[in-house]
Write a protein that binds this ligand. Structure first.
Ligand code: UGA
Length: 438
């Protein structure tokens, strides 16, 4: 059954959620204060690279199921549910998440909230945030018991729309049956399709998301820690991951060793969890996440160490970094391992050139000190070393015989290259987590 909803904040999470909700038949108003983003959204462009999203957006605009506004107006009052999808970035100079955008979203929606309507937070937040926001909503709406629920989102960039439409599970933290009923209604198409629907309290729903990302980060750093041991013992971390992954209790997903995790979620979420646990007096419970973070950051240094071991001092050496996005099929460069490696090599005096199929615009804005090249084959010319840092398909499938470099050395930071193929083309191939005989 069609419901009227607003989606507040149209970044990666909000834009995808808005399109997914329209796709399942709801009437959506997207609210985004950034006028430039609105101008792009109304043209059917999400404003970031996410496979399939722009096409789906244009389709829903044409179907009349989605419209965009820079602020709420009287039409927001018709909405049964207001989804809040604003960012909760890391606070500068602290590990804690910055929840100010949530507070302003509550402030903005309060005057347009019907007493029987529901506000649903989807952003990743420190446990306890929803209770504070409910109190704020009560003050600002004048309702003594406003309906506020938490529904964490588990989508991954690169497969965001698919993940939103067919999630592994739906988790809703609620304080009353009215909220549960509304959420069951809005997610009915997913529930009918068999998606597990878990109803919890607010704190559990908030913590589920933090826990899921902490677990995923732990899995990646675990295999990267094994990679560190493999590197000094002659073992092969890829084979090790494969071998332990056959044990169903361990599983083979998120066990790819390499330059580590990045992006707008995993790094900041483990830090926010540590900060919140500390505030709650149980910092020790997740103190191990400091090590998870450190193992992850050490993998970036490992690439620089390998470069120095091969080339001596890096000054005036041309290093090509393949990839800038934190993972393929995304143009997101937030906390990107690839970009961090480019910057470390730059600081070490190297003449760094960065290639990425879609993310260079974002790099140019953030790091004008880095040299960028859009054409892949041109980027290779005269390179003293090449580092594969993001596993884009075009790098995995590249024919090494078509590239021209000064020195045939490539470091596979993601363990995705066909080593024999590169060696046959004359390259010396190094990788993380294993010793390759060249
Ligand atoms: C992550 C979670 O996977 C989502 O479930 C969650 O909803 C999202 O954060 C969020 O909090 O919004 P995402 O940041 O899009 O999603 O990316 P992931 O696919 O989790 O990858 C994170 C990083 O880990 C990437 O840099 C990737 O290259 C790296 N990674 C992943 C590895 O180094 N090894 C692996 O085996 C898997």
């Amino acid at each position: 059954m069609t419901m009227k909803i607003t989606v507040i904040g149209l970044g990666y999470l909000g834009a995808t959620h808005a399109v997914a909700m329209a796709k399942v038949g709801h009437q959506v108003i997207g609210i985004e204060p950034n006028e430039q983003k609105i101008a792009s959204l109304v043209q059917g462009k999400a404003g970031f690279f996410e496979p399939g999203l722009d096409e789906a957006l244009a389709e829903q605009i044409a179907a009349g199921r989605i419209e965009f506004k820079s602020a709420h107006d009287e039409s927001s009052r018709d909405a049964d549910i207001h989804f809040i999808c604003v960012g909760t970035p890391q606070t500068p100079g602290s590990m804690a998440a910055d929840t100010r955008y949530l507070e302003s979203a509550i402030r903005d929606v309060a005057p347009y909230l019907r007493e029987d309507a529901l506000v649903v937070g989807k952003s990743t937040v420190p446990v306890g945030t929803a209770v504070k926001l409910t109190a704020q909503l009560a003050r600002e709406s004048g309702f003594s018991n406003p309906n506020l629920a938490w529904n964490p989102e588990f989508l991954r960039e690169g497969t965001a729309l698919e993940d939103s439409l067919s999630p592994d599970r739906l988790v809703v933290g609620v304080t009353n049956s009215r909220s549960e009923e509304l959420l069951r209604k809005v997610f009915d198409p997913m529930i009918q399709a068999g998606v597990p629907f878990l109803v919890t309290d607010l704190a559990t729903a908030e913590l589920v998301k933090a826990a899921a990302n902490a677990f995923l980060a732990t899995k990646i750093s675990f295999i990267n820690a094994m990679a560190e041991i493999a590197e000094v013992s002659g073992a092969d971390a890829n084979q090790l991951a494969k071998a332990i992954g056959y044990d169903e209790r361990i599983g083979n997903k998120f066990l790819r060793n390499g330059v580590g995790f990045g992006g707008g979620c995993l790094p900041k979420d483990i830090r926010a969890l540590m900060a919140r646990a500390q505030e709650l007096g149980v910092g020790q419970s997740v103190a191990y996440l400091h090590e998870i973070d450190k193992i992850n950051l050490r993998r970036r240094d490992r690439v620089i160490d390998l470069l120095k071991a091969e080339l001596g001092i890096l000054s005036s050496k041309k290093i090509l970094i393949l990839g800038a996005a934190f993972k393929p099929d995304s143009d997101d460069v937030r906390d990107s391992p690839a970009l961090a490696i480019a910057l470390l090599a730059h600081e070490a005096g190297a003449n760094v050139l960065v290639h990425d199929p879609v993310a260079l615009e974002g790099v140019a804005l953030k790091h004008p000190e880095l040299s960028l090249e859009h054409d892949l084959l041109t980027a290779f010319v005269d390179a003293d070393a090449v580092v594969l840092a993001t596993e884009w398909k075009e790098y995995r499938e590249l024919d090494p015989n078509t590239v021209s470099v000064k020195n045939k050395l490539i470091i596979d930071g993601r363990n995705v290259l066909d080593v024999a193929k590169w060696q046959q083309a004359g390259f010396r191939v190094l990788a993380l987590g294993r010793t390759i005989t060249n």
